[in-house]
Ligand binder design. Structure first.
Ligand code: VNL
Length: 400
């Protein structure tokens, strides 16, 4: 080797050292990757009364990253997780902070409708895509042109269930829902479908969102003696509802318990006991969904989370991340808000729940709705699919 070549190598080494120091001491490639990181601000109820939803959502998001790696289209995905405790003021404050000093490219999460409502103006103002992975009231996606949803829309399940109940021998029903936006919407769309099908809703009961006591409402149901009671409570509350349903002897009353999948939430279903057997619900996901990709998903998810079973919230989070990855592939790594939101419209992919797509007009999810019945499988309770309605759009938006 000549002197010239050696001197050249020394010079090259000192140059790259200079670059590394200028980048704050990081090796050059890591500094470049950090610059190119796409930041996702995930806001969830990690503590508080809806912590079970936060746990499922977070685990779903992490599972997607574990399955697909942390780099997409040459960009590193950086997750910033924040706990809003389920309070809308907190969600809003955190979102504001994340889009300003936090420099996030995407907002994600929103465990309940009021939390999504509170944040929508921030997404619009900052031109940052807001991926709603839980909150399910139809109008959520209408609150900002930057909102896209990967969970479900309450009328998808409620309408499908009302239609099914009318077609399967039920003539009278009482509705019992949690008294806030998604509950009222569940009630209205169940009534619409059930009565169109020839059924009659004899009473509509609303239970408070905070510290619900179902006993007086269940007494009304018992007195009304309908063929069926249609129930909606938010995820995590189903176990308490089932306990009171059994304590009041309603499971032996001959009144059929039907609802949307929220009441047989897979995180708690197995601990509900035999009172849940035979309960029929409509939902976009059940852990028992019979597909190769779902079997793999459930196995990996349970292994990574101390045996916690994935529920529909987990799959909402998983697909929220899938949406961001697919959109980044489409923009070739461009994470500017307007480019990303455009890329998200019309995307479709295979989820653990089956085929899903984003309606390019409404930015809402189109998906199969399954009619499931709780059964024992290998000694465990599962919601097993009896019937599938394919590619259901939000009935509330279709009606406009
Ligand atoms: C909502 C809808 C929340 C369904 C849920 O669980 C649920 C909502 C926390 O839109 O607030 O199961």
């Amino acid at each position: 080797m000549t002197m010239t070549r050696l001197r050249f190598m020394a010079l090259a080494a000192s140059l790259s050292l200079g670059v590394a120091l200028a980048a704050g001491g990081l090796p050059q490639s890591a500094a470049a990757a950090a610059d190119r990181a796409v930041k996702i601000g995930l806001i969830l109820p990690i503590t508080g009364p809806f912590a079970s939803t936060g746990a499922e959502e977070l685990a779903g998001v992490k599972q997607y990253m574990a399955d697909h790696g942390k780099t997409v289209a040459g960009r590193t995905i950086e997750l910033v997780v924040k706990d809003d405790t389920g309070s809308p003021n907190e969600t809003k404050r955190i979102a504001q902070e994340l889009v300003t000093s936090g420099g996030v490219n995407v907002l994600m999460g929103f465990g309940l409708t009021p939390l999504a409502f509170a944040t929508a103006p921030i997404a619009t103002q900052a031109k940052v895509p807001m991926v709603v992975t839980a909150a399910a009231t139809s109008s959520v996606t209408e609150k900002s042109p930057y909102i896209v949803r990967t969970s479900f829309v309450t009328p998808q399940g409620a309408y499908t269930m009302g239609d099914w109940a009318a077609k399967n021998g039920m003539k009278s029903a009482v509705t019992l829902v949690t008294d806030y936006a998604p509950g009222i919407e569940e009630q209205d769309w169940f009534v619409k479908a059930f009565e169109t099908g020839g059924g009659k809703v004899v009473e509509q009961l609303k239970v408070p969102l905070k510290n619900p006591d179902f006993a007086p409402f269940l007494q009304r149901v018992a007195d009304d003696k309908p063929d069926a009671v249609f129930v909606f409570v938010p995820a995590g509350v189903g176990a308490q509802f089932m306990k009171q349903f059994r304590e009041r002897g309603l499971d032996k009353s001959g009144i059929r318990l039907i609802g949307t999948g929220d009441i047989v939430d897979d995180q708690f279903l197995n601990s509900m006991g035999d009172v849940a057997l035979g309960v029929v619900t409509a939902r976009d996901y059940t852990a028992a969904h019979d597909s190769e990709i779902n079997r793999k998903f459930v196995k990996a998810f349970e292994a990574a989370n101390d045996g916690m079973r994935p529920n529909f919230m987990a799959v909402g989070g998983y697909d929220g991340m899938a949406l961001v990855y697919h959109a980044l592939e489409k923009t070739k790594g461009d994470a500017s808000g307007p480019k990303l939101i455009e890329a998200m419209k019309g995307l479709s992919w295979e989820s653990p729940r089956g085929p899903i797509s984003i309606d390019p007009k409404t930015r809402d999810i189109v998906q199969n709705i399954y009619i499931n019945k709780v059964e024992k499988k290998d000694g465990q309770l599962y919601s097993v699919t009896m019937d599938t309605v394919k590619a259901v759009k939000d009935p509330a938006k279709a009606a406009k």
